[in-house]
Design a protein around this ligand. Structure first.
Ligand code: ADP
Ligand code: MG
Length: 658
C-alpha cells in the first residue's frame, strides 16, 4: 500500500542542519499494524508527516497505492488526506469551538460527502461517544477527545490510519482504551501505522520498526498481518487531478462557515464590535452625509420651483469699471427703471406679468422691539409673480401706489420679531428707517430653512419706497412672468432686444443688464448640490476605508491566532479554496453586520440632526444601497489578503505553530 524509497528530509536550525530523515526506505502492506519506535528527536514524526502527505520530503520516492505522491499538487494532496488517510495527533488537534459531532463532520464537509448524520452518529457510537456528541472539546476528557479524533480520522473510511503518539498525552487506562479501539480496527482490516516510544503500546503492533537519527535501525515482524482482500482502490481521477467539477461554492459549506463565523464573533463580542466599528461609522457617515446633501439640495430646489419655473429675473448689470455708463452705486443701478418694466409688459407678447422691485435692508421698529429686514418696494403683481399669498389683511393696490401711501405687508418672520404672539399686527404702526408705516397685511409663510428666508421681508408700494424711503427711482430687479414655460427662451430673447434698444446700446456694447431664468438657476443649484453630496460622501467613505483597514487588521490577528486550527483543517483535507472561503466569509459577515448596524445608525443620526439641528435631510434608498455594497466590497477586498495568508499555509507548519 505504501512504498517509500530513500526519503530525505532535513531542517535548518540556524547554522546547522538536522537530518530528520536520512535515506529511509520502507514498505507497508495492506492490513499491517506497524509501530514506529525510537528516541525523541529521531525523526519519527517527520516520517509520519511525510507518510500522511502533510509534508513533502526533500528527496526520495513515495508511492501510495502506486500513485506517485511527489507529482501531486496541493489540492490533490488535500484530497488524498481527506479521502484515504486518517491522521491522529498526540495532542488531539480538535477544533475547540465546535462540538464533537461537528469535529467529526469536518472531513465529510471537505470531502463533499452527502448523508452525513447517520454515518457520524454511527462512528461516534463505535468509539463509545454517542452521549457526548454535543459537547465541545473542553468538556471532554483527554481519552474522550482522542476518541473523537479517531472518529474524525475514520469518518471518511480511510485506507490507512496514521497515529503520532496517540496515547502520549493520556493516562494508562485511557491509553489502553484507545489502543484497543485501534487494535480492533486493524483486526477488521484497517492498515495502521503508529508512532510510540512506549513498549507497552508497541506490544499491540504486529510489526515494529526502530528508527534512530533519521535511519531505520531494525524492522521485525512479530505476528502475521490480517489478510485483507486486495481491494482495488478506486481513485476518483478527476478529483485527483484537481479537475473536480463540484460546485465552486458549496452552499452547505458556506452556510457552515457563516454559522461558524457568527459564533466566532459572538465569542469575542467586544473585539468583533470594535472590528465592525469602522464600518459602522463609515456606513452611517455616508448615509447621514448624503442625506444632508440631498436634503439641502431638495430644499433649495423646491424653493426655486415654488417661485415658478416660468419666471425670468432681470437685474441691472454690475459696474464694469470706469468709462461704463453703468454704476452700481448704493446697491441699485441707474440702468433699470420702472419704464423698462412697463415696456416689457406692454411690448413683449409672451410676458404675462412683471413685478418691478426696489429693495434695501432697513431697520424696523415697533414699540421696544426692532429687527433688520429686507424692504421690497413693488407693485401688486408681485403676489402672483412670486407666488405669495396674503394670510391676514390685504395687499396694496394701484390706489396705494398712486398715493404713495406708507402701508406695509409683513412676512411671517418679521411679524414674529416685532409682535407678541397675542398681538394682531394689522392696523399697527411700525417704523421703517424712522418713517411711520401702517401694517395692512401679513403674507402667508413659505417656511424656513435653506438658503434665504423668504418670510423675512416687508413689502411696500414701489412708489413709496422709491420716493420716500430710498430716495431714487432705480430698480434692483424685475420679475418677469412668462405666459408658458415653453416661451421662456423666446421671451428672454425679446426682452433682451427690447432693453438693448431702450438703453440705446450699440452693436458692440455689452448688455447693461442680466436675465436669469429659474430653470437655469435650478440647474446650477442642482449640480452644486450634487457636487456637495459627492464631496460629503467622499469624505465619509474615507472612514469606510479606514474601517476596512481595521477589518483587515482584525482578520490578520484572527488568522495568526488560529494558525493551528487552519493546520488541523488542512490536515483533514481542507483545500486552499475551503480555507479561503472560510476567512472571506468571516470578513464579509463582519462587514455585513457592521453595514446593517451602520445603516441603522446613519438613519438614526440623520433623523436626530433634522430634529435637533433643524437640518433638512433626505434619506435615499440609493445611498443605503451604495454604502452597504461599498462595505461589502471593502470586506471582500480587505478580507482577501488575510484569507489568502491563511489558505496558503503549509499544513504541518501551521500545526506546529505555537
Ligand atoms: P520525533 O518525532 O522522533 O521526536 P521529529 O521527527 O519531530 O522527531 O524531529 C526530528 C528532528 O528534526 C529533531 O531533531 C527536530 O528538532 C528536528 N525538527 C523537526 N521539525 C523541525 C522543524 N520544523 N524545524 C526545525 N527542526 C525540526
Ligand atoms: Mg514526535
Amino acid at each position: 500500500m505504501i512504498a517509500i524509497e530513500n526519503i530525505y528530509k532535513s531542517y535548518r536550525m540556524g547554522n546547522y542542519k538536522v537530518q530528520a530523515a536520512d535515506g529511509i526506505s520502507l514498505q507497508i502492506q495492506r492490513g499491517e499494524f506497524v509501530a514506529i519506535m525510537g528516541p525523541s528527536g529521531s525523526g519519527k514524526s517527520t516520517l509520519m508527516h511525510i507518510l500522511g502527505c502533510l509534508d513533502k520530503p526533500d528527496d526520495g520516492k513515495y508511492l501510495f497505492n502506486d500513485l506517485d505522491i511527489n507529482k501531486m499538487n496541493d489540492n490533490q494532496l488535500a484530497y488524498i488526506r481527506n479521502k484515504y488517510i486518517g491522521f491522529i495527533f498526540q495532542n488531539f488537534s480538535l477544533l475547540s469551538r465546535v462540538n464533537a459531532f461537528k469535529n467529526v463532520e469536518l472531513p465529510m464537509i471537505y470531502g463533499n460527502v452527502p448523508g452525513r448524520k447517520n454515518r457520524i452518529n454511527g462512528i461516534l457510537d463505535s468509539v463509545n461517544l454517542s452521549d457526548r456528541a454535543n459537547h465541545n472539546p473542553n468538556e471532554l476528557s483527554g481519552g474522550q477527545q482522542q476518541r473523537v479524533a479517531i472518529a474524525r480520522a475514520l469518518v471518511n473510511d480511510p485506507h490507512i490510519l496514521l497515529a503520532d503518539e496517540p496515547t502520549g498525552n493520556l493516562d494508562t487506562q485511557s491509553g489502553k482504551e484507545i489502543m484497543e479501539i485501534i487494535q480492533n480496527l486493524n483486526q477488521e482490516g484497517l492498515t495502521i501505522a503508529l508512532v510510540t516510544h512506549d513498549p507497552n503500546i508497541s506490544a499491540y503492533a504486529r510489526r515494529i520498526i526502530h528508527v534512530c537519527d533519521g535511519k531505520i535501525k531494525s524492522d521485525e515482524i512479530r505476528k502475521n498481518s490480517v489478510t485483507v482482500d486486495k481491494q482495488e482502490i478506486d481513485f476518483d481521477d478527476n478529483k485527483l487531478k484537481g479537475k473536480s467539477k463540484e460546485n465552486i461554492f458549496n452552499f452547505m459549506e458556506i452556510l457552515d462557515s457563516v454559522k461558524m463565523a457568527v459564533s466566532g464573533l459572538l465569542v469575542n463580542k467586544l473585539r468583533s464590535f470594535l472590528a465592525m466599528l469602522g464600518v459602522i461609522i463609515g456606513v452611517a457617515a455616508v448615509i447621514a452625509m448624503i442625506s444632508i446633501g440631498q436634503g439641502a439640495g431638495k430644499n433649495i430646489t423646491s424653493r426655486i420651483e415654488n417661485m415658478g419655473s416660468n419666471v425670468l429675473t432681470l437685474f441691472p448689470a454690475r459696474s464694469r469699471g470706469p468709462g461704463s455708463r453703468v454704476s452700481s452705486a448704493s446697491g441699485g443701478s441707474v440702468s433699470l427703471k420702472l419704464e423698462d418694466a412697463a415696456a416689457i409688459k406692454k411690448e413683449v407678447e409672451s410676458v404675462k406679468n412683471v413685478a418691478p422691485v426696489a429693495n434695501r435692508n432697513a431697520q424696523v421698529v415697533y414699540g421696544s422691539k426692532n429687527t433688520n429686514t429686507s424692504v421690497y418696494g413693488t407693485q401688486p403683481e408681485f403676489l402672483e409673480v412670486r407666488n405669495f399669498k396674503v394670510a391676514e389683511g390685504y395687499f396694496f393696490s394701484a390706489k396705494e401706489i398712486k398715493a404713495r401711501l406708507k402701508v406695509a405687508v409683513l412676512g411671517r418672520t418679521v411679524v414674529e420679531a416685532l409682535f407678541e404672539e397675542s398681538e394682531d399686527p394689522i392696523g399697527k404702526n411700525i417704523k421703517i428707517n424712522r418713517l411711520r408705516f401702517k401694517v395692512i397685511g401679513v403674507l402667508e409663510a413659505k417656511g424656513a430653512g435653506g438658503w434665504r428666508d423668504e418670510d423675512d421681508q416687508i413689502v411696500i408700494p414701489l412708489s413709496t419706497a422709491q420716493k420716500r424711503l430710498f430716495g431714487n427711482d432705480n430698480l434692483n430687479s424685475v420679475y418677469i412672468q412668462v405666459k408658458e414655460e415653453k416661451l421662456m427662451a423666446s421671451a428672454l430673447e425679446e426682452v433682451t432686444g427690447l432693453l438693448r434698444k431702450r438703453h440705446k446700446l450699440r452693436e458692440d456694447d455689452e448688455d447693461d443688464f442680466m436675465i436669469r431664468s429659474q430653470a437655469e438657476l435650478l440647474e446650477t443649484v442642482k449640480s452644486t448640490s450634487r457636487t456637495f453630496s459627492m464631496l460629503l460622501a467622499g469624505i465619509a467613505s474615507v472612514s469606510l476605508l479606514v474601517g476596512g483597514i481595521g477589518i483587515m487588521n482584525i482578520m490578520l490577528v484572527s488568522v495568526t491566532e488560529r494558525t493551528r486550527e487552519i493546520g488541523v483543517r488542512k490536515a483533514i483535507g481542507a483545500k486552499y479554496r475551503d480555507i479561503l472561503t472560510q476567512f472571506m466569509v468571516e470578513a464579509i459577515v463582519i462587514c455585513v453586520i457592521g453595514g446593517l448596524l451602520g445603516i441603522m445608525a446613519g438613519i438614526f443620526s440623520s433623523k436626530i440632526m433634522s430634529m435637533i439641528g433643524g437640518w433638512s435631510t433626505l434619506i435615499s434608498a440609493l445611498s443605503i444601497i451604495i454604502s452597504f455594497s461599498f462595505s461589502l466590497i471593502i470586506g471582500l477586498i480587505f478580507g482577501l489578503y488575510p484569507a489568502m495568508n491563511a489558505a496558503k499555509m503549509n499544513p504541518i507548519d501551521a500545526l506546529r505553530y505555537e
